[in-house]
Structures are given as structure tokens and as C-alpha cells.
Design a protein around this ligand. Structure first.
Ligand SMILES: [Zn+2]
Length: 243
């Protein structure tokens, strides 16, 4: 059974073939909401598909224009077991006051995750040190989704008790390949971030493309694919389902 710990299959580009996309391989998909509308859509998908697990959050890119949605998104967390998409994005958001706001919002989700014992699947683009500082004062299970840092930063994440999630774009991304070589498989998860980050440029990404990630991990670690699939599933059960 494959695992996609971070996807956005609620988006319009899946309206025509969502059933097919969710059934073309044996997979469990965590769908991450990014604002009120997509959080609600995520909860609907959960009712319809038994291999979709809902996650609710507030995307840091919306810190400027959807700030009024934060409280409602926080409230919706009470309906799910996983918090996502949350995080910080210094690539798109340059103003210090809005970066500070992102950290404040993330703190609120971290508070909730800690109190309700729910894992967080976190987006970070730039600002990794701010994120590490913030995370070190919380006792939560967390995953850095589509991790794009160096092996030494990945090591820091692992030391803090976090997990690193790898998208299929790894097939053409030497930096992520280095990370996978250097980090123990016990701390790695697979995802797609569908419809983004496809294995080949300009394609629409889809959950079953985690197969490409698994193949690449097996090649880099010099182990069998079925062992990668088994260990990733075990990591997912322990760290995200917390069973
Ligand atoms: Zn995402």
C-alpha cells in the first residue's frame, strides 16, 4: 500500500477524473486544505472516498489576502486528526510584518496540535531557521512536506523528532537525492503535493506518482522497492496515524 502524505486533489483540475486518480493504485492519500473553501471540500472528499484522510489548515501564502479565514480554519481542525497545510513561506512573502504574522498563525496551529495530539504536515520555503526555533518549543509530531533543504538541515529536523517527506520531483532533483542518501529511511515519507511538483515538468501530478519516489528511494538506498513501501507505511502509521 502506497502513501501520499500531502496532496490537493480537491482542486478543479481533478474534477473530471478524481475517481480514477484515486483508484489507479493501492494508496492512502492525505488531502490538505489551504483555506476555508478547500478545507470544507477536503471534508467532503473524506466522506466520499475511503482512501482519503482529511487534513485541515491555512496556507502561509494567504497571510495577506485571507487573514480573516484563519479563525474558522483553526476551528475546523477539531473535525480532523491531521493539521495541514500550515507553515511559513518567505519565498512569496517578503514583508517582515507578514512573515511575523505567518509565525503567529503557525504557533496557533502548533498549540492546537500539541493540545489535541495531532500531527502537523508543514510547508516551509525559506525561513527554515525560524521554523526550527519555533518547533523546538513544541512537543508535536510533524512532517516537513516537500523538503527542499540540505542534508544537514534534514538531520536537524530528524533530531527534533520530525519527518522528511519526499515528492516525485526527486527523480530530477539532485539535492533531494542527497537528502535521501543521508537520512535513515525511518524518517522518510512519500508525497506528491498533487497537482504540483510532478516528476516530469508541466505535467499534472497525481497521487500514484509516489511510485516514482519509491523507486528512486530504493535505488538510492540500494534496497528493494517492497522494503521501501513497507517502511514508509510503518512510518506513516506510527508518526501520522499515531498508532
Ligand atoms: Zn501543498
Amino acid at each position: 500500500m502506497y502513501v501520499d502524505v500531502h496532496a490537493h486533489i480537491d482542486v478543479e483540475s481533478f474534477d473530471g477524473d478524481r475517481d480514477l486518480v484515486l483508484s489507479e493504485c493501492e494508496i492512502t492519500v492525505i488531502n490538505a486544505g489551504v483555506d476555508i473553501k478547500s478545507n470544507l471540500k477536503t471534508l467532503e472528499l473524506y466522506k466520499k472516498y475511503n482512501n482519503v484522510i482529511p487534513a485541515v489548515g491555512f496556507h502561509p501564502e494567504f497571510v495577506k489576502d485571507k487573514l480573516d479565514e484563519v479563525d474558522k480554519c483553526l476551528e475546523l481542525v477539531d473535525n480532523v486528526n491531521i493539521i495541514s497545510e500550515v507553515g511559513i513561506d518567505y519565498f512569496w512573502i517578503k514583508e517582515p510584518e507578514f512573515r511575523k504574522k505567518q509565525l503567529e498563525i503557525l504557533s496557533k496551529f502548533l498549540d492546537k496540535g500539541e493540545r489535541q495530539r495531532k500531527p502537523l504536515i508543514i510547508h516551509v520555503r525559506g525561513g527554515i531557521n525560524d521554523l526550527i526555533n519555533l518547533l523546538s518549543s513544541y512537543n508535536v509530531n510533524f512532517v516537513i512536506h516537500a523538503f527542499e533543504g540540505s542534508p544537514s538541515v534534514a538531520q536537524k529536523i530528524v533530531e527534533l523528532g520530525g519527518m522528511i517527506s519526499i515528492p516525485p520531483v526527486i527523480v530530477r532533483d539532485k539535492y533531494r537525492q542527497e537528502v535521501v542518501k543521508n537520512i535513515d529511511l525511518n524518517y522518510i515519507l512519500t508525497e506528491t503535493d498533487s497537482p504540483f511538483l510532478p516528476p516530469q515538468k508541466m505535467e499534472r501530478n497525481k497521487p500514484c506518482n509516489v511510485i516514482f519516489t519509491v523507486k528512486k528511494i530504493a535505488e538510492l538506498k540500494k534496497i528493494e522497492e517492497k522494503e521501501v513501501i513497507r517502511q514508509i507505511h510503518e512510518n506513516f502509521t506510527k508518526k501520522i496515524l499515531m498508532k
